[in-house]
Write a protein that binds this ligand. Structure first.
Ligand code: FAD
Length: 533
């Protein structure tokens, strides 16, 4: 199969009306002088490794791409910076990402089986209705106690999970698992009260009072149940839409309090642990291990990284209206072992922003002492990044994410929409040169002014002999969707032979995924990054 020569787009393959490629090179509209000037010598000024290779000249601009705001001191060099010594920055092995979710789900399922075995061996299951109800309640309680600690473990930011499964998938598992846990806890409460009431020939109300007042630690566990119900209510889709992310997030932290409050009643009242010392030790060890992992990876590691790498804002640069790049300096970034396509959670230590950490992808692979993120204004946090002062200290948590290129013999198709170009840009530049002949990047934007990095992309495409298509214009303007199956297959012949990576707004992503599947690409060869966790 033949590829478009370099990054040109043969007219026959360009959907009618689509704006193929080519960035404006010539006219420069200077942005307001609100931001500190970027490096004079491109992205990595005065860098010990010296200036990067000169970028190839960008070709003439297409007629419909208007001049974009470009900083007076010139464009960024685009070509992949040299990776820091001794670290792996290239593609991940494909199998890592295929097997890790299966391994983790199997381990969780085996743990649940072990919990059920413990229940089976230690819980009396009388033949009367009361005994059966109580035993069923005990089983649900044990599963809830196990499930809640697994939910926390999934969110503990464990590097193997973050890299092998991905934050978005972990968040989905966490949300689904959360629904099970809240159902198990509620079922546990109802069945235990009901079963004990039946056995004692009491009314449910008076048995509830007895449980709360005479059983050890049940009152605390009841408070924990209400806290969990509150967290679940805050997380329900309808509520989530109305709440700010921060409100939802801080409400979620009450889960930790709920776990602490409910812990002791398991040993005090649960038959599975009453006379089983090894079980108590194993259960405590499970909770203690997960607690330690949370403290280590969510609190201590970011602080250690901040001390070691001294992340500091260098400058902020306007890329397009409402889109800025933040350059972060520091030291020894090679030890972070970031891969193209990954993201960090960034906490900028200003009075206004230090309470929040937000995920932003690297828009270029780090140099040993310089990183770049590129952010589109979406709300308060992203908006305030344009006003960051040079010298602002930063805590960067990561790198995270499984949206990284994998080693395979397949050709690579990168599809970006809007600010979804950020991880794709990093990947595009970092793919091994030997793959160059098989790399195609499709960059979808509704309007030419939304296009960022056009020069960098041109330069990378040129340097690597890769195909680059800008697909500009709203569907209404174009009269069709350039990512719809028919158009995509025309633009990228032999589509089924590609490994595809998609990052963009939800609607665009869904269309692209459908088209890729329709073209015959197996799900395991399609990768997506979602900017909504
Ligand atoms: C893995 C990942 C990588 C991302 N990379 C980029 C990038 O390179 N460039 C870019 O412009 N945007 C990126 N985003 C999106 C970016 O994180 C959100 O746009 C930003 O956090 C919005 O915050 P806000 O206060 O400006 O807006 P808000 O109005 O507060 O939030 C808008 C939406 O963003 C999401 N969001 C808000 N805060 C957070 C948070 N702390 N964590 C997770 N989601 C949150 C919520 O879904 C919310 O509905 C990425 C998101 C994810 C999950």
């Amino acid at each position: 199969m033949s590829y478009p020569a370099r990054h040109s787009v043969p007219p026959s393959r360009t959907p009618p009306g689509a704006q193929p490629r080519r960035a404006a090179r010539q006219p420069r509209a200077v942005p307001p002088a609100r931001w500190p000037g970027p490096p004079q010598q491109g992205l990595w000024p005065g860098h010990p490794s010296g200036p990067l290779p000169a970028t190839p000249a960008a070709p003439a601009a297409p007629s419909r791409l208007p001049p974009r705001p470009v900083h007076p001191s010139g464009p960024l060099p685009a070509v992949t910076p040299a990776p820091a010594a001794g670290r792996r920055t290239g593609p991940t092995r494909h199998t890592d990402r295929l097997v890790m979710p299966g391994i983790v789900l199997t381990v969780i399922a085996l743990g649940a089986l072990a919990v059920m075995a413990l229940w089976w061996r230690s819980t009396p299951r009388g033949s009367d209705a009361g005994g059966l109800l109580t035993a069923a309640g005990d089983a649900l309680g044990l599963l809830a106690g196990y499930g809640v600690v697994m939910l926390v473990a999934l969110m503990a930011r464990l590097p193997p999970l973050e890299r092998g499964i991905g934050a978005d998938r972990l968040a989905r598992w966490h949300a689904t698992g959360g629904r099970y846990v809240i159902t198990f806890v509620s079922g546990h409460v109802v069945l235990i009260v009901w079963g004990l009431a039946v056995t004692a020939h009491e009314k449910v109300t008076s048995e509830t009072v007895t449980l709360l007042t005479s059983y050890p630690d049940v009152l605390m566990a009841t408070v924990a149940w209400f806290l969990l119900l509150g967290v679940a209510a805050f997380s329900a889709r309808a509520a989530r839409r109305r709440l700010s992310y921060e409100t939802w997030y801080y409400a979620h932290l009450y889960t930790y309090l709920a776990i602490a409050l409910a812990f002791s009643h398991q040993f005090a009242d649960g038959p599975a642990f009453a006379s089983n010392f090894p079980a108590r030790v194993a259960w405590s060890a499970l909770y203690a291990t997960v607690g330690t992992l949370v403290v280590w990876y969510r609190i201590l590691t970011p602080l250690l990284h901040a001390a070691r790498h001294r992340f500091t804002v260098r400058n902020v640069r306007l890329e397009a209206p409402g889109v800025v790049s933040v350059f972060i300096t520091g030291r020894d970034f090679g030890r972070l072992r970031a891969e193209p396509g990954q993201f960090f959670r960034w906490r900028f230590l200003t009075r206004e922003l230090c309470w929040q950490s937000h995920p932003y992808s690297l828009s270029a692979m780090p140099q040993p002492d310089l990183m770049r993120i590129t952010v589109k204004v979406r709300g308060d946090h992203s908006d305030s990044l344009a006003r960051l002062e040079p010298g602002t200290r930063v805590i960067a948590e990561g790198p995270y994410g499984a949206f990284t290129p994998s080693v395979s013999s397949r050709r690579v198709l990168l599809i970006a929409g809007g600010v979804g170009i950020t991880p794709i840009r990093a990947m595009f530049a970092a793919l091994p040169r030997r793959m160059s002949d098989g790399i195609t990047l499709l960059y979808r934007a509704s309007h030419p002014r939304d296009v960022v990095f056009s020069r960098e992309l041109e330069a990378i495409a040129s340097d690597r002999n890769a195909a680059l298509h800008f697909l500009i214009g709203s569907r209404e303007e174009l009269g069709y969707d350039p990512l719809a199956s028919r158009h995509l297959q025309r633009m990228v012949p032999g589509l089924h032979r590609y490994e595809a990576y998609v990052c963009g707004p939800p609607g665009m992503t869904e269309t692209a995924l459908e088209s890729l599947r329709a073209a015959g690409i197996a799900r395991r060869h399609i990768h997506r990054e979602s900017f909504d966790l």
